[in-house]
Design a protein around this ligand. Structure first.
Ligand code: ADP
Ligand code: ZN
Ligand code: ZN
Length: 731
């Protein structure tokens, strides 16, 4: 008996968000199911919720008066495996189940106008007072179900008259209205295969066979470690074909759809009419339709960025995570999920295979592979047979000695001169996080670091101190280099704008496109810039790391990394990994066209292994040393992290709350280091003060427990907002 329903409600305030019982009203009994989206009364408002289960009145043991569910969205029901996934994630991230269910729902575009009319189940033969009603009734009876537009066409009556008749018929209960989603598929293409599909190379075929075998036997996630241009996508395509042949479906996750249009194009071409694409640039209506096609099982392959991991795919056989090392898989705001983690839960629940692909796997995934938790497959050669371009390191300390104080070395300048004079294009990279500065000796490359955390100290100009934003350690920034006694020690940080100016003054008349967070904040601005550069409307592009992944410009012959040190000295334990990835990705993508490519990396620290290993394509050396350091300084994959943020307008309260929480955690959470509280790197944002606490533990269960404690904190200052980020990225 579905008398009551437990509903996860989407209340605004986290303290009252949760699951509540509601009465299932008689007239909605047939329509409400487990997984239905419903509207329910809550604190004098009507809000959204999702039905989790049914129960009998006597099982509810609550004596107060329950309210009724007000309405139900009849278009869809979230399938049971999605409810299970939401439950798992809510536990792991210490959030409410509704926080994840919300991510699984399609955009709320209201009910579609398109409706079907059919005869009500319990109808009586009646005499109709109006002739039109009689005719309309007859047409519906004959058709079974039909739209109002069609009725008006058949009877040759004005639509308004038909509508009027329909509403009287409905009032009397003779006919009922159903909603149907009109499917116009924005990503549907008729194109037939253009080119002949390539035959797999020996390496590709071997990898494919291993994937197939693995899917039958060990059923382990696969890490496909293949250099750029080695044909990973082709392997994905073949693995997907194999899964589709078994009547199952596939999900393909990519870091950012707008930067990888070639990838989606290729899938459309290879699987015409079978692909659904979910991305942020779709309008709500378009997104709803794509979502609905997936829900109905009309799309065999779903492609999308991070949030597509929540697409309602039944019979899921395979999940591909392309460029698995990208931090954009992590949602940096509440509920702070990592799509790669979601993939693991989802694959488990639905029995799907997983392939993670990358030319520069994350240290975590690589470690899982060497431990045997993932099956490791390698592609070591480019399909074209073209070698990877040479990468040259320029030692900026030497540059300074020879009197050049500019941001560009003489080597980079002469290469730019000749590339531009040949009419070729140049790309210069700078790190995305230009705002964090560090203290560097320009003579010897010495960088001020935290002795406890092994990250660079962030220079604070106000009190001339270097501060660790993990543990709070601080020292006065030295005037003299502790290593070489040079006075040439100062804080460092070059922005994209400075690089742009420098080029403009060196090469008047040369057009420069600057791609960074400021210049691309408008929707579509990034695509436009990349397109203009491709068309040759500018000769030089200056950009942050974000443009590295989509790089596919055949006329680019020179790529420069202006200051590898900026990435290398990010105040982040992944700084080395990011540097290694940036250089490898950039190098792998240069020289794709007919013009041979060249890469120049400028640095004050050429002895850094992250830089050396990337430039010489010695991947193993890098992972070996990086894993050693991660273990030594207690970072993932050996330790788990959780970052707490306290936010509020009253600084004293924020601080007090942070110390109070630290105390609670110290008492209740075992085997966990609690670093901080310390002011956050962005201490004041929009009049809000922010404090951080970093938790570190070798036992992830401890952190899950900490999350649970934080979620259930009572008597917490309501003016201070607390969030917790499990497995933080870009920390
Ligand atoms: P990756 O994803 O590893 O960077 P891609 O799958 O994009 O590599 O392949 C690079 C290029 O090589 C693409 O243009 C692709 O069409 C082509 N390609 C892939 N496999 C083959 C093959 N076996 N024979 C010929 N060309 C191939
Ligand atoms: Zn020095
Ligand atoms: Zn520290």
């Amino acid at each position: 008996m579905n008398e009551l329903a437990e509903v996860a409600v989407d209340a605004k305030h986290p303290a009252i968000k949760g699951e509540y019982y509601y009465i299932v009203p008689e007239q909605l009994k047939e329509k409400i199911q487990v997984g239905s989206r419903v509207r329910v009364p809550f604190n004098n408002k009507t809000i959204d919720g999702v039905v989790l289960r049914f129960l009998k009145k006597e099982d509810a043991n609550c004596d107060f008066c329950l309210k009724e569910i007000s309405a139900v969205d009849e278009r869809f029901v979230l399938p049971p495996f999605m409810l299970e996934l939401a439950g798992c994630l809510a536990k792991y991230y210490a959030a409410n189940i509704i926080d994840f269910l919300k991510l699984m729902l399609p955009p709320d575009v209201g009910l579609p106008k398109e409706s079907l009319y059919s005869i009500a189940e319990a109808w009586k033969v009646e005499s109709f007072r109006s002739e039109i009603q009689k005719e309309v009734f007859r047409v519906i009876r004959d058709a079974g179900s039909i739209t109002s537009e069609d009725i008006s066409r058949i009877l040759d009556l004005p639509h308004s008259k038909v509508k009027g008749a329909l509403s009287s018929l409905m009032k009397k209960g003779f006919v009922k209205r159903e909603f149907r989603v009109k499917i116009e598929n924005p990503s549907f293409r008729e194109d037939s295969p253009k080119s002949a599909f390539p035959r797999l190379t020996f390496e590709q075929a071997k990898a494919l066979n291993e994937i197939k075998r693995n899917m039958e036997e060990e059923k382990k996630p696969v890490l496909l470690f293949g250099i750029t241009g080695s044909g990973k996508t082709e392997v994905y395509i073949k693995a997907i074909e194999n899964v589709l042949a078994k009547g199952k479906k596939a999900l393909v996750l990519v870091p950012e759809i707008s930067l990888t249009p070639q990838m989606t194009e290729r899938f459309h071409e290879r699987f015409p009419g079978k692909v659904a694409v979910l991305h942020s640039r779709l309008s709500d209506g378009e997104r709803f339709r794509e979502w609905y096609r997936v829900y109905k099982g009309d799309a065999d392959i779903t492609i999308g960025a991070r949030s597509a991991v929540f697409a309602p795919i039944r019979d899921l056989g395979l999940i591909i995570v392309d460029e698995e090392h990208e931090s954009s898989y992590k949602q940096m705001e509440f509920p702070f999920y990592d799509a790669r983690q979601v993939v693991r839960f989802r694959a488990e629940i639905q029995g799907a295979a997983v392939v993670y692909g990358s030319a520069t796997p994350s240290v975590e995934s690589f470690y899982k592979a060497i431990k045997g938790e993932f099956a490791l497959l390698k592609l070591t050669r480019r399909v074209t047979g073209k070698p990877l371009p040479p990468v040259e390191i320029v030692d900026m300390r030497e540059e300074l000695k020879s009197g050049n104080k500019h941001i560009f070395s003489s080597k980079l300048c002469s290469e730019m001169d000749s590339a531009l004079s040949r009419g070729e294009q140049v790309i210069l990279f700078l790190n995305r996080r230009g705002h964090s500065t560090f203290v560097l000796c320009r003579d010897c490359g010495y960088v001020l670091k935290c002795p406890h955390c092994d990250i660079s100290l962030t220079y604070h100009i106000s009190d001339k101190k270097g501060k660790c934003h993990y543990c709070g350690f601080q020292v006065d920034a030295p005037d003299i280099c502790p290593k070489c006694d040079s006075r040439n020690i100062r804080y460092f940080g070059a922005g994209t704008e400075k690089v742009e100016q420098e080029i403009k003054s060196r090469y008047p008349g040369v057009k420069v496109i600057r791609v960074d967070a400021d210049s691309t904040s408008r929707k579509g601005a990034l695509e436009k810039m990349l397109w203009e550069f491709k068309l040759g409307k500018a000769q030089v592009m200056v950009g942050t790391q974000s443009i590295a992944k989509g790089l596919d410009f055949p006329r680019v012959s020179l790529v420069g990394i202006v200051a590898a040190d900026v990435t290398l000295n990010l105040p982040d334990f992944r700084a080395g990994e990011r540097t290694f990835q940036l250089i490898s990705q950039v190098a792998g993508r240069a020289g794709r066209g007919d013009i041979p490519g060249k890469v120049i990396v400028q640095t004050y620290c050429p002895e850094s292994l992250a830089i050396k290993a990337a430039c010489q394509y010695k991947f193993k050396d890098f992972y070996k040393e990086e894993l050693f350091n991660r273990k030594k300084f207690e970072y993932p994959p050996f330790y788990y992290l959780m970052n707490l943020t306290f936010t509020g307008t009253d600084l004293a309260k924020v601080e007090a709350a942070a110390f109070k929480v630290k105390k609670i955690l110290e008492e209740k959470v075992p085997q966990t280091k609690i670093l901080g509280p310390i002011p956050a790197p962005r201490f004041k944002v929009k009049d809000n003060f922010r404090y951080n606490i970093l938790l570190k533990s070798s036992k992830q269960e401890s952190l899950i427990k900490a999350g649970d404690i934080l979620k259930n904190l009572k008597g917490f200052d309501r003016k201070v907002y607390l969030s917790w980020d499990m497995d933080p990225q870009d920390l």
